[in-house]
Ligand binder design. Structure first.
Ligand code: EPU
Length: 426
């Protein structure tokens, strides 16, 4: 029960370190189930979703501990010879990314019982692409009492064409295929840097994988893998959040550890809006004083502009000079936060999966509610140009994906505090 309280701020100045990527770390943790023994994962962000994935792994029989001997945010994950291949409802309901245990459990134990994830704030989110691909590797599924149960003998390599380059479906199939017998070809694979990170960790564990990061991944199955020792790739969405904060509040900020090569399309958009973007070997420096210009945005699978950036971009566009059309091409329900921005004075009209954003000079501070991780972060940024005070209820959504959000924003000059008592919402 906590909320963020934000007041007009800027210019923002200084350096912000970037955490390991949430959407990689969760899959790397699941991949530890593929090998008996203790794996070490460095640069794992201290966020709630990582804690939930830790609980999922512990329910399955692994142990998860912080590596107290080091300061690189490392986790030690110990996987026993025999696991309980069950991901219970209480955990999958909290975090749908828990479904990435399907691939490793089937590959190593020939069985899994995973609660069927429901819809969420983004709308209907099926996992049919995951299941279809795993069937092609030899799994038989049936669904009962809200659980998906899968069984197989040793998985058999196959030629798989994904209907859509789904990020987590690619992760699941990749983790299954590494222990399958023979060759698996995954066509129309997701190309996200986090998929590449997972493949690099699996290769370090002894897997044979080629083409990760392209739309065709080829896996030559092996009989066994060894435990991992791997560092998580930097979080491009967290980096984008601080770049967007700078765009909204102005200033001169370096995001340390951010990988410009993982954010090319976004950086082009931000430059088109007027930001001075200067990548350097250890990060990205961004400078800006003035008013943003509007640009149109359409979300696409990587390397397109990620849907996760969109609430940040819509918030920037809501105070930019001009009119922009924003199209959401991945999720049906991902404009819900727009009502909250409107309550702050933004001029945004939505029609199906499009939004027309007419920039206004300032927003007006108001009480708002975070509907999910990224939209919650975007509403905090809106508060940086909201006259008066903006309170963002539902801070726990933001805690799912952002390590020390308040501390990092304060360190570059944002006027933000966390209030543990006043959130009266659900
Ligand atoms: N889809 C299907 N069937 C499937 C799988 C996906 O129809 O079996 C559809 C989805 O409904 C959606 C589209 O395919 O319309 C893309 O979904 P995808 O599977 O790529 O998304 P995801 O893997 O479930 C990950 C990230 C999301 C991010 C999306 C898109 C993780 C844990 N989550 O989700 O991140 O928005 O890719 O890039 O990796 C976040 O970090 O806040 C977040 C939501």
């Amino acid at each position: 029960m906590s909320q963020f309280v934000v007041r007009p701020s800027g210019p923002l100045l200084g350096r912000v370190p970037i955490q390991g990527a949430k959407n990689s770390a969760l899959k790397l943790m699941a991949a530890c189930l593929l090998a008996e023994g203790t794996s070490r994962l460095a640069n794992v962000p201290a966020i709630t979703d990582v804690e939930i994935m830790g609980e999922v792994l512990e329910a399955i029989g692994a142990t998860v501990a912080k590596d107290k001997a080091s300061e690189d945010g490392a986790l030690l994950i110990t996987t026993p010879a025999k696991c309980t291949p069950i991901a219970p409802y209480e955990l999958v309901e909290k975090m749908r990314a828990s479904v990435v245990v399907l691939g490793p459990l089937l590959a190593r134990h020939g069985a899994c019982r995973v609660s069927m994830p429901g819809g969420d704030d983004f709308g209907h989110r099926p996992i049919d692409i995951h299941l279809k691909a795993l069937v092609e590797l030899g799994v038989e599924f049936h669904t009962e009492h809200g659980y998906i149960e899968g069984r197989c003998d040793r998985l058999q390599g196959a030629k798989i064409v994904l209907d859509f380059p789904s990020h987590t479906a690619t992760d699941n199939v990749l983790m299954a295929a590494v222990l399958a017998k023979g060759t698996t070809v995954i066509d129309n694979a997701a190309r996200e840097p986090e998929v590449q990170d997972l493949a690099e960790m699996l290769i370090g564990m002894g897997a044979n994988i080629e083409g990760a990061g392209t739309s065709r991944i080829i896996v030559e199955g092996v009989d066994n893998l060894r435990p991992a020792d791997h560092a998580t790739v930097p979080d491009r969405v967290e980096a984008a959040t601080y770049l967007a904060a700078l765009g909204i509040a102005g200033g001169d900020v370096s995001v340390i550890g951010a990988r410009a090569d993982h954010m090319t399309m976004l950086l082009d958009k931000l430059a088109g809006m007027g930001l001075d973007i200067d990548p350097f070997p250890g990060g990205i420096r961004v400078r800006f004083l003035g008013r943003l210009s509007s640009v149109d945005v359409a979300t696409l699978p990587y390397p397109g502009v990620a849907t996760d950036y969109k609430p940040l971009l819509v918030t920037m566009l809501s105070v930019a000079d001009g009119v922009a059309i924003v199209s959401e091409n991945l999720f049906t329900g991902r404009f819900r936060y727009v009502d909250e921005l409107r309550r702050m004075g933004a001029d945004i009209r939505t029609e199906g999966h499009h939004a027309v954003v007419r920039g206004v000079k300032r927003l007006s501070g108001a009480p708002v509610r975070a509907p999910d991780i990224r939209a919650g972060a975007a509403l905090v940024l809106a508060g940086l140009v909201g006259d008066g005070e903006t309170t963002i209820a539902g801070a726990s959504h933001i805690d799912r994906g952002y390590e020390d959000f308040v501390g990092k924003l304060r360190s570059i000059g944002a006027d933000i505090t966390r209030d543990e008592t006043k959130d009266l919402g659900a």
